[in-house]
Design a protein around this ligand. Structure first.
Ligand SMILES: NC(=O)c1ccc[n+]([C@@H]2O[C@H](COP(=O)([O-])OP(=O)(O)OC[C@H]3O[C@@H](n4cnc5c(N)ncnc54)[C@H](OP(=O)(O)O)[C@@H]3O)[C@@H](O)[C@H]2O)c1
Length: 392
């Protein structure tokens, strides 16, 4: 018996709500809360009547989240709002003694920089209350951290290099749209790249380094080096690691549009004066672009996200590729969402399930690879994200 409070009713929130209903033996009461109540109502109307209760909340205000947690009697909070709300929701969980889970690390709205520093700073507060805050239980971060932990546990004595390879070969038919929140997505992709080698972070210009990679069931795609948040925790927790990089594929049309928008100032995150009114260009752009949640019915193709780890087993070199392939149309048929939201929302529900069932039971702020990967990997196979391992 557990009551789950989902905060955020966007693309990912929809998948989380659908999947919690599918797991109703674990989540006996489901509440979906977001800033705009109508978005929660729309999602609830897709599910059997009475299975999802809706609430409105401004998660930027800790006191309001505290009040909601108490009102609904939540046993766990799944935060799938935006990274800007991570700290306020964590504080509300601390105040009400309720475990916390999210899929993206904290970002300040005024600085396009994401890091775990401020969330990790709450580690001792969560430990003192014997509470768990699971950070980054989406796909990447999330499943990718689990793939690394699984490789470490079952395939290697020591991992020396990891490449995380994220390919979305989906086609939504628009010349330009983002698969998740446009503001978060464009801030991430237009930022400088960064990877870690021999104990140091090496910075690159945006999209400066790239390589072709042959993604199983997708084909060869140019893949661009980005900074991605799971690397910050993996360098701490994977022993013997000498290098870690993150690559993501982008189509030519996406890159050309993004460069053009950047050149004309549409990706700016500071306020500009427009006919006496203050606007933030990237937020205005978000208003113009297709809502990621609307891409579901028109997206075809597959996602393929995985890791390639290289290292030593029993004194011999070894190279292993662990990956997951998901078809966008299959996702839409199941939960009315495209694959990017699906592959994020399902790991969030798996993480929450393992927490409320007590399989994962630690206290403090925990990154995924600190936990036993086996139950998570098993659940991935059951919950719609089957994965494969290939020796290279
Ligand atoms: N780890 C991964 O693999 C991964 C991949 C993709 C996305 N993500 C993360 O998943 C999260 C959700 O992404 P998404 O694509 O679902 O975004 P989205 O479609 O933009 O949805 C965000 C939702 O949060 C709500 N929200 C925003 N500010 C709020 C506030 N102050 N109080 C309450 N609700 C608020 C929005 O409400 P309104 O409708 O009122 O705006 C919206 O319903 C993001 O943090 C994103 O970074 C993680």
């Amino acid at each position: 018996m557990s009551t789950v409070l989902i905060i955020g009713a966007g693309g990912v929130g929809r998948v989380v709500a659908h999947k919690c209903v599918q797991n109703s033996e674990t989540f006996t009461k489901i509440i979906l809360a977001s800033r705009t109540l109508s978005r929660c109502e729309e999602i609830a109307s897709e599910l059997p009547s009475g299975t999802v209760h809706v609430e409105s909340v401004d998660a930027d205000i800790t006191a309001d989240v505290v009040e909601l947690i108490k009102k609904v009697g939540a046993d766990i909070v799944i935060n799938v709002a935006l990274p800007y709300q991570d700290l306020t929701i964590m504080d509300a969980c601390l105040e009400t003694n309720v475990p916390y889970l999210d899929t993206a690390n904290y970002e300040h709205p005024d600085t396009a920089k994401f890091e775990y520093k401020e969330q990790w700073a709450k580690d001792s507060a969560f430990k003192e209350k014997n509470l768990m805050a699971l950070l980054g239980s989406g796909f990447d971060p999330g499943a990718t951290n689990m793939f690394c932990a699984y490789a470490q546990k079952h395939y290697f004595d020591e991992i020396h290099t990891i490449d995380i390879l994220d390919c979305n070969a989906g086609d939504h038919g628009y010349p330009f749209a983002t698969n998740f929140n446009p503001e978060i997505n464009l801030r991430e992709v237009s930022a400088n790249g960064r990877y870690w080698e021999n104990g140091e972070w090496i910075e690159t210009k945006p999209l400066e380094l790239h390589m072709p990679w042959d993604y199983p069931e997708v084909g060869i795609k140019e893949s661009y080096l980005l900074y991605h948040e799971e690397m910050e925790s993996l360098v701490k927790h994977i022993k013997g690691l000498k290098r870690i990089r993150f690559f993501m594929t982008f189509g030519e049309s996406y890159l050309t549009h993004m460069r053009c928008l950047e050149n004309v100032g549409m990706l700016r995150i500071d306020e500009v004066d427009h006919h006496g009114q203050k606007i933030i260009p990237i937020q205005f752009l978000k208003t113009l672009l297709p809502d990621p949640a609307s891409l579901g019915p028109r997206t075809t193709g597959k996602t393929n996200i995985g890791i390639v780890a290289e290292g030593i087993k029993d004194g011999k070199p070894r190279k292993v590729y662990i990956y997951q392939i998901k078809d966008h149309e299959e996702c839409y048929a199941e939960v009315k969402s495209q694959g990017v939201s699906y592959t994020t929302g399902v790991p969030a529900v798996i993480g929450a399930k393992l927490m409320v069932e007590g399989t994962w039971n630690m206290s403090g702020t925990i990154n995924m690879e600190q936990l036993d990967p086996d139950p998570f990997m098993e659940e991935m196979n059951k919950q719609g994200l089957p994965w494969q391992v290939k020796e290279l």
